[in-house]
Design a binder for this molecule. Structure first.
Ligand SMILES: *Cc1c(COP(=O)(O)O)cnc(C)c1O
Length: 337
């Protein structure tokens, strides 16, 4: 299937009333910091706490009748979204997770009514289990990012942003498997060809960023991160999101854990927004030196808010946070640095 703006417009119609049209609000603080207007697209208030409900709802709406249920692998948020979207259609959902997924996300997926399978130490291992279940039990597989219906669903965010603010000149998008970035870039550039789209990842295991540099999908070693939703590979046989990101992303950047923590702090203390690490990378980029040449007005996608709240409180109050054998040194928020 060739992905076009028409697919994103279809997705917008399909998800209406099921995945919310979210608010977009200005950040006076970030705007002052970079000297351009900055607008925050609050996918944090989406049911399930992330934008993933858009793609999941669109993909499940596009299934043929008579499917006995759905299966997916996930770093957490996609699984929760698939569980919610399946439940809305009365379908069975099975979610396959690696043991890196934080407990808060596991519990939320269970609460959304899905069956859970914990499958090994990587997202790729979870993907293999999902594929086997799809084959053995006749379940429809709902991939987390490398799928046209998912990409089109995520792209609806850009249509909402540009409908509200056609003058946006840069969109900053959290980047993992690239479903979000591909969909957003596809839709945004179809509507507004001169607009720049920038993808942002953490520097520890940035699969798409490294794959774009290498010119082909590369494997990454997965490690715990404040931006746990950005973990995992892009799949050696990637068919859609890699090529779209290659064609449509203007820049990609990576950030340290300390920079991501600062992004979470800025959003919390200056804007009253709760974002998980993955949702805060856009803000973190604007606070970093890498933001020098960004043109405004800038739209940032706060992609999700699902984090272990006790870890979140430690981050925003400047305490050390342990991630596996890595310690992110805490620093209290100080708006002047
Ligand atoms: C999934 C996710 C991303 C990354 O989306 P991709 O389509 O995999 O690039 C970013 N932020 C949050 C909160 C997510 O759940």
């Amino acid at each position: 299937m060739e992905l076009t703006l028409a697919a994103v417009l279809d997705a917008l119609r399909r998800i209406r009333g099921l995945a919310d049209a979210t608010p977009m609000v200005p950040s006076a603080y970030l705007g002052r910091r970079i000297g351009h207007e900055v607008l925050l697209k609050l996918e944090t208030v989406q049911p399930g706490g992330s934008f993933k409900l858009r793609g999941a709802t669109n993909a499940i709406a596009a299934l043929p009748p008579g499917v006995p249920g759905v299966v997916c692998c996930s770093t957490g948020n996609h699984g929760r979204a698939v569980a919610l979207a399946a439940r809305a259609r009365g379908l069975r959902a099975v979610v396959c997770l690696s043991d890196l997924v934080p407990e808060a996300k596991v519990a939320a997926i269970r609460d959304a009514g899905a069956e859970l399978r914990i499958a090994g130490g990587s997202q790729d291992a979870a993907a293999q289990v999902a594929r086997r279940l799809a084959r053995d039990e006749g379940l429809a597989e709902i991939p987390p990012f490398d799928n046209p219906a998912i990409i089109a669903g995520q792209g609806t965010i850009a249509l909402e942003m540009l409908a509200a603010r056609p003058d946006l000149r840069t969109l900053i998008v959290p980047l993992s498997g690239g479903g979000l970035a591909a969909g957003v870039a596809l839709a945004a550039k179809a509507v507004q060809p001169g607009l720049r789209v920038i993808g942002v990842s953490m520097d520890r295991g940035a699969a798409m960023h490294l794959s774009l540099q290498a010119g082909r999908p590369v494997e990454v070693h997965e490690v715990p991160s404040l931006a746990d939703s950005l973990g995992g590979g892009i799949g050696a046989g990637n068919r859609h999101s890699f090529a779209l990101c290659q064609r449509l992303l203007d820049e990609t950047h990576v950030l340290t854990e300390a920079e991501i923590a600062r992004g979470m702090q800025a959003l919390f203390w200056e804007d009253g927004q709760v974002a998980e690490g993955a949702g805060a990378v856009g803000a973190a980029l604007l606070l970093s030196r890498q933001a020098a040449a960004i043109r405004g007005p800038v739209g940032l996608i706060l992609s999700g808010r699902n984090t272990d709240m006790s870890a979140f409180v430690r981050v925003v109050t400047g305490q050390d946070v342990r991630l596996g054998d890595h310690v992110v040194r805490g620093q209290a928020w100080d708006a002047t640095y």
